[in-house]
Design a protein around this ligand. Structure first.
Ligand SMILES: [Fe+2]
Ligand SMILES: [Fe+2]
Length: 302
């Protein structure tokens, strides 16, 4: 196995050029590539049952089939809502980094192409939430202030790539496992298939950026980039089991939240989603001790 720390022989522009070629060959316009008029299929799920955070718990056993499917709808909407604010913030960070980049370089062109992908994804997520008859989970109060003002201040340089990976890889790994699940509503399966295709390029670009940055940045910068993502571990632990979802299906939000974060099935799903990212961050020296402890405590890493 080759080490992720081995000196890259390709330049950043070479990598960007290859990704630009992939973007030309395979990109989607969800406005026309999703059948928005197709009816929802009665009895189909919005996430597979085993991906629901309460699956296997006593609470789950007491829910009717209808309530379980409604919970899967709320859980999907929660993930898509998180996707919208994550991609909004990622685009802001990428655009800021571009201010000091060479506008003739392929690196800059790929970065702009990725932002275009994310803009279409945000439209797709919003439209699917609307199409499946749900309301999004909006950021509010202190959460809005953190995403709008604090995170852009903290996430700089190397940390931009780590942020991109933390936001993209966990969801991507989960979507890959479930997008062809026979129980899924067709519109959800199509959304996931489109998203995983385009995210594969984004992850390749962010991994290359993270790998490359490690060789050039100071120890202090690496320490910050390698530990700052500890905050994401705690944030995701909470957000994956967003209490507002449970309230919408008529459960006691606090009781359901506790059941979810201690649910071995949910913890196993989180660990499946995080495994590849955890291994990558470790291999490039971006899994600092604070972050490692945080991902373990939050149930993402065993
Ligand atoms: Fe995306
Ligand atoms: Fe992305």
């Amino acid at each position: 196995m080759t080490s992720d720390l081995s000196a890259p022989t390709r330049t950043r522009d070479d990598v960007a050029g290859r990704l630009l070629g992939g973007s030309v060959r395979r990109s989607y316009a969800p406005v026309v590539d999703i059948d928005w008029d197709a009816p929802l299929v009665p009895g189909k799920w919005f996430l597979p049952a085993e991906m629901c955070t309460l699956y296997g718990t006593d609470l789950w056993a007491r829910l009717t089939e209808e309530q379980r499917i409604e919970l899967s709808r709320q859980e999907l909407v929660n993930l898509l809502s998180m996707g919208v604010w994550f991609e909004n913030l990622l685009n802001r960070l990428l655009l800021r980094e571009l201010l000091s980049a060479d506008p003739t370089g392929r690196d800059a062109h790929y970065s702009l192409t990725e932002m275009g992908d994310e803009c279409r994804h945000m439209v797709m997520f919003g439209r699917v939430i609307d199409r499946i008859g749900a309301r999004p989970y909006r950021l509010r109060g202190w959460q809005l202030a953190v995403v709008k003002y604090l995170l852009p201040l903290l996430i700089r340089g190397e940390a931009v790539w780590v942020f991109a990976l933390v936001g993209e890889e966990i969801f991507d790994a989960q979507q890959r496992r479930i997008h062809s699940h026979p129980d899924l509503q067709p519109i959800v399966a199509r959304l996931m298939q489109i998203h995983t295709t385009e995210e594969a390029r984004h992850i390749g670009y962010a991994r290359d950026g993270a790998r490359r940055g490690v060789a050039t940045r100071s120890r202090a910068q690496r320490f910050v980039a390698g530990n700052l993502h500890a905050a994401a571990a705690y944030g995701f632990r909470y957000l994956f089991a967003n209490p507002r979802m449970y309230a919408r299906v008529g459960l006691d939000a606090h009781v359901a939240y506790r059941a979810a974060v201690t649910n071995p099935y949910h913890i196993a799903a989180k660990q499946d989603g995080f495994r590849g990212l955890g291994q990558f961050l470790t291999s490039v020296g971006l899994m600092g001790p604070i972050a490692r402890r945080a991902w373990r405590r939050s149930g993402f890493w065993s």
